[in-house]
Design a protein around this ligand. Structure first.
Ligand code: A2P
Length: 318
């Protein structure tokens, strides 16, 4: 499988397993199966609520001799209620304890949004903290400390637009190396992708299949527009004798991004892994470029309710 090479020479496999929405009771089996068929990159987060079960799967896989820690790439994310500088290292230590690891490969600020420690999920108006109180630069200092303590080898962000990337880069002693954002042919984000390429920030594409299993509170009632059912995607799949999901995953890899499809199903886990070997033609890429709709499945509405200091413009406008 192709690898993303970091500044220090570390290598991240371009295709990893997403674990958002992987339920307790299912995720252990999914991670063990994924490791056994060759996945070496796992995308986790504190807020997914399943890091403990994933940790047991890692530990059992290491103890069985199937794989070593050094052969895996593990990412996790700092939750929004832990943005104060002094909260970052303890949050990461908690994630490491859950995952039964001594270090992460990559730790990301999950959103450029701050919440009170005791915030609800979904949050109430009084749960928000404005960035004037805890600037992203303060959170980033905590992230840099985590690298210095060797708790993570790399740091980055998720859901950051260009303005927010610029905000943390100013005065940073370590530049962000990754921005993980929603990306698929219905949300191609060319401007952000170009900016990140020019600034050596690697993009990881999340919800590459259009996140059909996302919770209903994240569906805004608008037409759902499932990218897996797109006519062009399905036509290209027919031409290659592969599945629509494989076309979407190959599209992401061919654009130079890494990609983290979620599955807990053994057949789809293998199908998704095999997509890393599919080569689309330049004609396929041209046809896919033309189906962009700037459509977000994860639209950030949770963070912009009445009374919140955050807005969709703040989150997404480049
Ligand atoms: P399952 O976990 O049952 O396989 P995303 O990565 O965009 O969040 O999408 C995840 C959703 O897509 C899940 O509902 C997952 O279901 C489903 N999925 C994963 N792989 C495939 C595939 N190859 N074909 C169709 N659906 C898939």
């Amino acid at each position: 499988m192709k690898q993303i090479i970091f500044r220090n020479g570390d290598k991240m496999p371009v295709l990893g397993l997403g674990t958002w929405k992987s339920a307790s009771g299912e995720v252990y089996k999914a991670v063990r199966e994924a490791i056994s068929i060759g996945y070496r990159h796992f995308d986790c987060a504190f807020i997914y609520g399943n890091e403990g079960e994933i940790g047991t799967a890692f530990s059992d896989a290491f103890n069985s001799g199937e794989v070593t820690r050094e052969e895996l790439w593990v990412t996790s994310k700092l939750w929004n209620n832990q943005h104060r500088r002094e909260q970052v290292v303890p949050s990461l230590e908690n994630t490491l304890a859950n995952l039964q690891l001594s270090y992460l490969d990559l730790y990301l600020i999950h959103w450029p949004v701050c919440l009170q420690i005791k915030s609800d999920f979904p949050p109430k108006t009084t749960d928000f903290i404005p960035l004037s109180e805890i600037p992203l630069t303060e959170t980033w200092k905590g992230m840099e400390e985590a690298v210095k303590k060797r708790l993570t080898r790399h740091i980055g962000v998720a859901n950051f637009n260009i303005a927010n990337l610029k905000a943390i880069s100013e005065g940073a002693s370590l530049a962000p190396e990754v921005n993980q954002v929603e990306m698929h042919p219905y949300l191609q984000q060319e401007t952000l992708l170009d900016y990140c390429k020019q600034n050596s920030i690697h993009i990881t594409a999340y919800s590459p299949l259009g996140s059909p299993d996302r919770p209903s509170r994240l569906k805004d009632g608008a037409e759902d527009l499932p990218v897996l059912e797109d006519r062009v995607v399905n036509d290209i799949a027919r031409l290659h004798g592969c599945t629509p999901a494989q076309v979407l995953l190959s599209w992401a890899i061919m654009r130079g991004t890494s990609v983290i499809p979620k599955s807990v199903n053994p057949v789809r886990l293998l199908q998704n892994l095999e997509a890393a070997d599919l080569e689309l033609t330049s004609e396929d890429m041209k046809r896919l470029a033309a189906i962009n709709k700037n459509h977000r499945y994860i639209n950030g509405n949770l963070w912009v309710q009445k009374g919140s200091p955050y807005s969709l413009d703040f989150l997404w406008t480049n």
